[in-house]
Design a protein around this ligand. Structure first.
Ligand code: C2E
Ligand code: MG
Ligand code: MG
Ligand code: MG
Length: 283
Protein backbone atom coordinates (compact mmCIF):
# COMPACT_ATOMS: atom_id res chain seq x y z
CA UNK A 1 0.00 0.00 0.00
CA UNK A 2 1.10 3.54 -0.56
CA UNK A 3 3.07 5.00 2.30
CA UNK A 4 3.46 8.66 3.20
CA UNK A 5 7.13 9.48 3.65
CA UNK A 6 7.65 11.30 6.93
CA UNK A 7 6.51 14.69 5.71
CA UNK A 8 4.33 15.37 8.70
CA UNK A 9 6.16 18.60 9.30
CA UNK A 10 5.15 19.81 5.84
CA UNK A 11 1.72 21.36 6.20
CA UNK A 12 1.52 22.46 2.58
CA UNK A 13 -0.89 20.45 0.49
CA UNK A 14 1.10 18.88 -2.36
CA UNK A 15 -1.18 16.68 -4.46
CA UNK A 16 1.44 15.88 -7.09
CA UNK A 17 3.81 14.56 -4.43
CA UNK A 18 1.07 12.68 -2.67
CA UNK A 19 1.66 8.98 -3.26
CA UNK A 20 -1.82 8.00 -2.09
CA UNK A 21 -3.74 7.29 -5.28
CA UNK A 22 -7.15 7.55 -3.66
CA UNK A 23 -6.45 11.05 -2.54
CA UNK A 24 -5.28 12.01 -6.03
CA UNK A 25 -8.44 10.62 -7.56
CA UNK A 26 -10.53 12.53 -5.04
CA UNK A 27 -8.69 15.67 -6.05
CA UNK A 28 -9.19 14.97 -9.76
CA UNK A 29 -12.91 14.71 -9.06
CA UNK A 30 -12.75 17.98 -7.13
CA UNK A 31 -11.08 19.56 -10.14
CA UNK A 32 -13.84 18.28 -12.41
CA UNK A 33 -16.36 19.86 -10.07
CA UNK A 34 -14.39 23.10 -9.98
CA UNK A 35 -14.38 23.19 -13.79
CA UNK A 36 -18.10 22.54 -13.95
CA UNK A 37 -18.84 25.26 -11.41
CA UNK A 38 -16.09 27.63 -12.44
CA UNK A 39 -16.34 29.36 -9.08
CA UNK A 40 -13.20 27.95 -7.41
CA UNK A 41 -10.95 28.89 -10.32
CA UNK A 42 -9.53 32.33 -10.98
CA UNK A 43 -6.84 34.03 -12.96
CA UNK A 44 -4.27 36.18 -11.27
CA UNK A 45 -2.32 38.67 -13.33
CA UNK A 46 1.36 39.58 -13.11
CA UNK A 47 2.46 42.77 -14.80
CA UNK A 48 5.26 42.99 -17.38
CA UNK A 49 7.26 46.16 -17.86
CA UNK A 50 9.57 47.91 -20.25
CA UNK A 51 12.81 48.00 -18.31
CA UNK A 52 13.97 51.50 -19.16
CA UNK A 53 10.71 53.37 -18.60
CA UNK A 54 8.76 51.07 -16.28
CA UNK A 55 5.80 51.30 -18.66
CA UNK A 56 3.30 48.46 -18.35
CA UNK A 57 3.46 46.44 -21.58
CA UNK A 58 1.57 43.27 -20.73
CA UNK A 59 0.32 40.88 -18.08
CA UNK A 60 0.66 37.14 -17.62
CA UNK A 61 -2.48 35.27 -16.60
CA UNK A 62 -1.71 32.64 -13.96
CA UNK A 63 -4.27 30.05 -12.95
CA UNK A 64 -5.33 29.72 -9.31
CA UNK A 65 -7.50 27.07 -7.66
CA UNK A 66 -9.14 27.91 -4.36
CA UNK A 67 -10.04 24.46 -3.07
CA UNK A 68 -12.95 24.52 -0.59
CA UNK A 69 -11.04 22.39 1.97
CA UNK A 70 -7.35 22.59 1.05
CA UNK A 71 -7.19 26.30 0.29
CA UNK A 72 -5.12 27.73 -2.54
CA UNK A 73 -3.42 24.99 -4.58
CA UNK A 74 -0.58 26.07 -6.81
CA UNK A 75 -0.73 25.38 -10.56
CA UNK A 76 2.61 23.57 -10.34
CA UNK A 77 0.72 20.99 -8.29
CA UNK A 78 -2.65 20.64 -10.00
CA UNK A 79 -1.74 21.20 -13.67
CA UNK A 80 0.29 17.96 -13.86
CA UNK A 81 -2.71 16.22 -12.31
CA UNK A 82 -5.04 17.71 -14.91
CA UNK A 83 -2.65 16.62 -17.66
CA UNK A 84 -2.49 13.04 -16.38
CA UNK A 85 -6.24 12.72 -16.05
CA UNK A 86 -7.45 14.22 -19.30
CA UNK A 87 -8.64 17.54 -17.87
CA UNK A 88 -6.01 19.82 -19.40
CA UNK A 89 -7.97 20.78 -22.51
CA UNK A 90 -11.00 21.78 -20.45
CA UNK A 91 -8.81 23.66 -17.99
CA UNK A 92 -6.95 25.40 -20.81
CA UNK A 93 -10.22 26.34 -22.47
CA UNK A 94 -11.44 27.79 -19.19
CA UNK A 95 -8.29 29.93 -18.97
CA UNK A 96 -8.66 31.24 -22.53
CA UNK A 97 -12.35 31.99 -22.04
CA UNK A 98 -11.78 33.79 -18.72
CA UNK A 99 -8.81 35.83 -19.95
CA UNK A 100 -10.72 37.01 -23.01
CA UNK A 101 -13.85 37.77 -20.96
CA UNK A 102 -11.77 39.84 -18.53
CA UNK A 103 -10.07 41.69 -21.39
CA UNK A 104 -13.54 42.55 -22.72
CA UNK A 105 -14.76 43.73 -19.32
CA UNK A 106 -11.76 46.03 -19.00
CA UNK A 107 -12.42 47.48 -22.44
CA UNK A 108 -16.05 48.08 -21.53
CA UNK A 109 -14.91 49.78 -18.31
CA UNK A 110 -12.75 52.10 -20.44
CA UNK A 111 -9.45 50.81 -19.04
CA UNK A 112 -6.26 50.86 -21.14
CA UNK A 113 -5.97 47.77 -23.35
CA UNK A 114 -2.84 45.84 -22.40
CA UNK A 115 -2.07 42.42 -23.90
CA UNK A 116 -2.68 39.40 -21.67
CA UNK A 117 -0.46 36.34 -22.06
CA UNK A 118 -1.86 32.89 -21.33
CA UNK A 119 0.13 29.71 -20.75
CA UNK A 120 -0.70 26.97 -23.24
CA UNK A 121 -0.03 23.35 -22.28
CA UNK A 122 1.29 20.92 -24.88
CA UNK A 123 -1.87 18.88 -24.43
CA UNK A 124 -4.01 21.80 -25.58
CA UNK A 125 -2.19 21.70 -28.90
CA UNK A 126 -2.24 17.91 -29.08
CA UNK A 127 -5.73 16.99 -27.90
CA UNK A 128 -7.62 20.22 -27.84
CA UNK A 129 -9.20 22.40 -30.47
CA UNK A 130 -7.09 25.35 -29.36
CA UNK A 131 -7.43 27.41 -32.52
CA UNK A 132 -11.21 27.21 -32.69
CA UNK A 133 -11.54 27.88 -28.95
CA UNK A 134 -9.39 30.98 -29.27
CA UNK A 135 -11.37 32.20 -32.25
CA UNK A 136 -14.73 31.56 -30.57
CA UNK A 137 -13.77 33.42 -27.40
CA UNK A 138 -12.32 36.39 -29.28
CA UNK A 139 -15.34 36.73 -31.56
CA UNK A 140 -17.85 36.33 -28.74
CA UNK A 141 -16.20 39.02 -26.62
CA UNK A 142 -15.08 41.20 -29.53
CA UNK A 143 -11.43 41.16 -28.44
CA UNK A 144 -8.63 41.41 -31.05
CA UNK A 145 -6.17 38.50 -31.18
CA UNK A 146 -3.35 41.01 -30.73
CA UNK A 147 -4.44 41.35 -27.08
CA UNK A 148 -4.03 37.63 -26.38
CA UNK A 149 -0.42 36.39 -26.33
CA UNK A 150 0.38 32.70 -26.12
CA UNK A 151 3.19 31.29 -23.97
CA UNK A 152 4.48 27.88 -25.04
CA UNK A 153 7.36 25.95 -23.52
CA UNK A 154 10.21 24.49 -25.53
CA UNK A 155 8.87 21.02 -24.83
CA UNK A 156 5.67 21.87 -26.73
CA UNK A 157 7.68 22.82 -29.77
CA UNK A 158 9.51 19.51 -29.67
CA UNK A 159 6.50 17.33 -28.93
CA UNK A 160 5.91 15.28 -32.04
CA UNK A 161 2.34 14.62 -30.99
CA UNK A 162 1.62 18.30 -31.62
CA UNK A 163 2.13 17.57 -35.31
CA UNK A 164 3.88 20.08 -37.47
CA UNK A 165 3.79 23.03 -35.11
CA UNK A 166 5.25 25.56 -37.57
CA UNK A 167 2.18 26.11 -39.76
CA UNK A 168 -0.03 26.25 -36.69
CA UNK A 169 2.12 28.97 -35.12
CA UNK A 170 2.22 30.80 -38.46
CA UNK A 171 -1.56 30.71 -38.62
CA UNK A 172 -1.96 31.94 -35.05
CA UNK A 173 0.41 34.82 -35.74
CA UNK A 174 -1.38 35.64 -38.97
CA UNK A 175 -4.53 36.07 -36.86
CA UNK A 176 -2.65 38.57 -34.68
CA UNK A 177 -1.54 36.49 -31.69
CA UNK A 178 1.95 37.01 -30.36
CA UNK A 179 3.88 33.88 -29.38
CA UNK A 180 6.48 33.55 -26.63
CA UNK A 181 8.73 30.68 -25.65
CA UNK A 182 8.29 30.27 -21.91
CA UNK A 183 11.04 29.14 -19.52
CA UNK A 184 13.57 29.66 -22.29
CA UNK A 185 16.87 27.91 -21.71
CA UNK A 186 15.57 25.10 -19.53
CA UNK A 187 14.49 22.73 -22.31
CA UNK A 188 16.61 20.36 -24.30
CA UNK A 189 16.04 21.85 -27.70
CA UNK A 190 18.77 22.95 -30.05
CA UNK A 191 19.22 26.61 -30.77
CA UNK A 192 18.67 26.04 -34.47
CA UNK A 193 14.90 26.03 -33.99
CA UNK A 194 15.04 29.69 -33.00
CA UNK A 195 16.04 30.50 -36.54
CA UNK A 196 13.00 28.82 -38.02
CA UNK A 197 10.20 29.13 -35.51
CA UNK A 198 7.60 31.83 -36.06
CA UNK A 199 7.81 33.41 -32.60
CA UNK A 200 8.00 36.91 -31.17
CA UNK A 201 9.52 36.64 -27.76
CA UNK A 202 11.74 34.62 -25.43
CA UNK A 203 10.94 34.44 -21.75
CA UNK A 204 14.28 33.96 -20.06
CA UNK A 205 13.74 31.44 -17.29
CA UNK A 206 14.03 32.63 -13.74
CA UNK A 207 16.69 29.98 -13.07
CA UNK A 208 19.18 32.17 -14.97
CA UNK A 209 18.07 35.38 -13.27
CA UNK A 210 18.11 34.15 -9.68
CA UNK A 211 21.87 34.38 -9.02
CA UNK A 212 22.52 37.53 -11.06
CA UNK A 213 24.75 39.45 -11.04
CA UNK A 214 27.18 37.48 -8.85
CA UNK A 215 27.08 34.14 -10.63
CA UNK A 216 29.52 34.54 -13.53
CA UNK A 217 28.17 31.59 -15.51
CA UNK A 218 24.59 32.86 -15.33
CA UNK A 219 25.76 36.38 -16.16
CA UNK A 220 27.55 35.04 -19.24
CA UNK A 221 24.53 32.98 -20.34
CA UNK A 222 22.11 35.87 -19.89
CA UNK A 223 24.21 38.40 -21.77
CA UNK A 224 24.77 35.86 -24.57
CA UNK A 225 21.04 35.11 -24.86
CA UNK A 226 20.31 38.85 -24.99
CA UNK A 227 22.88 39.39 -27.73
CA UNK A 228 21.60 36.42 -29.70
CA UNK A 229 18.00 37.53 -29.41
CA UNK A 230 18.90 40.99 -30.65
CA UNK A 231 20.56 39.41 -33.67
CA UNK A 232 17.46 37.33 -34.35
CA UNK A 233 15.09 40.28 -33.77
CA UNK A 234 13.39 38.46 -30.91
CA UNK A 235 12.21 40.34 -27.85
CA UNK A 236 13.35 39.04 -24.46
CA UNK A 237 11.53 39.26 -21.18
CA UNK A 238 13.40 38.24 -18.05
CA UNK A 239 11.30 36.24 -15.57
CA UNK A 240 11.59 36.24 -11.80
CA UNK A 241 13.29 39.60 -11.32
CA UNK A 242 13.29 40.12 -7.57
CA UNK A 243 16.12 42.55 -6.75
CA UNK A 244 17.36 45.93 -7.96
CA UNK A 245 20.79 44.33 -8.60
CA UNK A 246 19.22 41.80 -10.99
CA UNK A 247 17.29 44.57 -12.69
CA UNK A 248 20.41 46.71 -13.10
CA UNK A 249 22.39 43.85 -14.60
CA UNK A 250 19.58 43.19 -17.08
CA UNK A 251 19.35 46.87 -17.95
CA UNK A 252 23.10 47.16 -18.50
CA UNK A 253 22.98 44.16 -20.81
CA UNK A 254 20.15 45.55 -22.91
CA UNK A 255 17.25 43.40 -21.71
CA UNK A 256 14.13 45.20 -22.94
CA UNK A 257 11.39 43.69 -20.74
CA UNK A 258 11.00 42.37 -17.19
CA UNK A 259 8.54 40.51 -15.00
CA UNK A 260 8.96 39.59 -11.35
CA UNK A 261 8.17 40.23 -7.72
CA UNK A 262 10.30 43.41 -7.77
CA UNK A 263 7.61 44.94 -9.98
CA UNK A 264 4.53 43.01 -8.94
CA UNK A 265 3.35 39.65 -7.67
CA UNK A 266 0.49 38.00 -9.53
CA UNK A 267 -2.70 39.67 -8.22
CA UNK A 268 -6.45 39.05 -8.62
CA UNK A 269 -8.35 40.74 -11.45
CA UNK A 270 -9.85 43.39 -9.17
CA UNK A 271 -6.40 44.56 -8.16
CA UNK A 272 -5.21 44.67 -11.74
CA UNK A 273 -8.20 46.84 -12.64
CA UNK A 274 -7.15 49.34 -9.99
CA UNK A 275 -3.66 49.41 -11.48
CA UNK A 276 -4.93 49.80 -15.03
CA UNK A 277 -6.92 52.80 -13.83
CA UNK A 278 -3.65 54.41 -12.82
CA UNK A 279 -1.97 53.75 -16.18
CA UNK A 280 -1.73 56.52 -18.74
CA UNK A 281 -4.29 56.07 -21.52
CA UNK A 282 -2.73 55.01 -24.84
CA UNK A 283 -2.57 57.79 -27.41
P1 C2E B 1 5.38 30.22 -15.68
O1 C2E B 1 4.45 30.31 -16.83
O2 C2E B 1 6.83 30.26 -15.97
O3 C2E B 1 4.93 31.39 -14.69
C1 C2E B 1 5.82 32.10 -13.88
C2 C2E B 1 5.79 31.60 -12.45
O4 C2E B 1 6.80 32.25 -11.71
C3 C2E B 1 4.48 31.88 -11.73
O5 C2E B 1 4.26 30.83 -10.78
C4 C2E B 1 4.80 33.18 -11.00
O6 C2E B 1 4.00 33.40 -9.86
C5 C2E B 1 6.22 32.93 -10.62
N1 C2E B 1 6.98 34.19 -10.45
C6 C2E B 1 6.84 35.35 -11.11
N2 C2E B 1 7.74 36.27 -10.71
C7 C2E B 1 8.48 35.68 -9.76
C8 C2E B 1 9.59 36.13 -8.94
O7 C2E B 1 10.06 37.26 -9.02
N3 C2E B 1 10.10 35.22 -8.07
C9 C2E B 1 9.60 33.96 -7.95
N4 C2E B 1 10.17 33.14 -7.05
N5 C2E B 1 8.57 33.50 -8.70
C10 C2E B 1 8.01 34.35 -9.60
P2 C2E B 1 2.85 30.11 -10.66
O8 C2E B 1 1.73 31.09 -10.81
O9 C2E B 1 2.90 29.25 -9.44
O10 C2E B 1 2.82 29.17 -11.95
C11 C2E B 1 3.73 28.12 -12.09
C12 C2E B 1 3.64 27.51 -13.45
O11 C2E B 1 2.36 26.87 -13.63
C13 C2E B 1 3.74 28.51 -14.60
O12 C2E B 1 5.08 28.86 -14.84
C14 C2E B 1 3.11 27.72 -15.72
O13 C2E B 1 4.05 26.81 -16.25
C15 C2E B 1 2.03 26.95 -15.00
N6 C2E B 1 0.74 27.66 -15.19
C16 C2E B 1 0.20 28.66 -14.48
N7 C2E B 1 -1.00 29.03 -14.98
C17 C2E B 1 -1.22 28.22 -16.06
C18 C2E B 1 -2.27 28.09 -17.02
O14 C2E B 1 -3.27 28.83 -17.03
N8 C2E B 1 -2.12 27.13 -17.98
C19 C2E B 1 -1.04 26.31 -18.03
N9 C2E B 1 -0.97 25.39 -19.01
N10 C2E B 1 -0.01 26.42 -17.16
C20 C2E B 1 -0.09 27.36 -16.19
MG1 MG C 1 4.33 31.52 -18.40
MG1 MG D 1 7.96 31.03 -17.30
MG1 MG E 1 8.12 28.52 -15.24
Amino acid sequence: SAKRHGRNHDQRFRPSLDVAGDRQLALVNDLRTALAKGSQLELHYQTQHELGSGVLVGMEALLRWRHPEHGMISPGDFIPLAERHGLMSSLGNWVVERAVAELASWRIAGLPQVPVWVNISALQLIQGDLESRLAAALVQHRVPASLLGLELTESVLLDERAGDIYPRLEALRALGHQIAIDDFGTGYSSLSYLKRLPIDKLKLDRAFVRALPEDRADAAIVSAVLAMARGLSLEVIAEGVETPAQRDFLYDNGCPLVQGFLFSRPVPAAEIEARLLGEPQPA
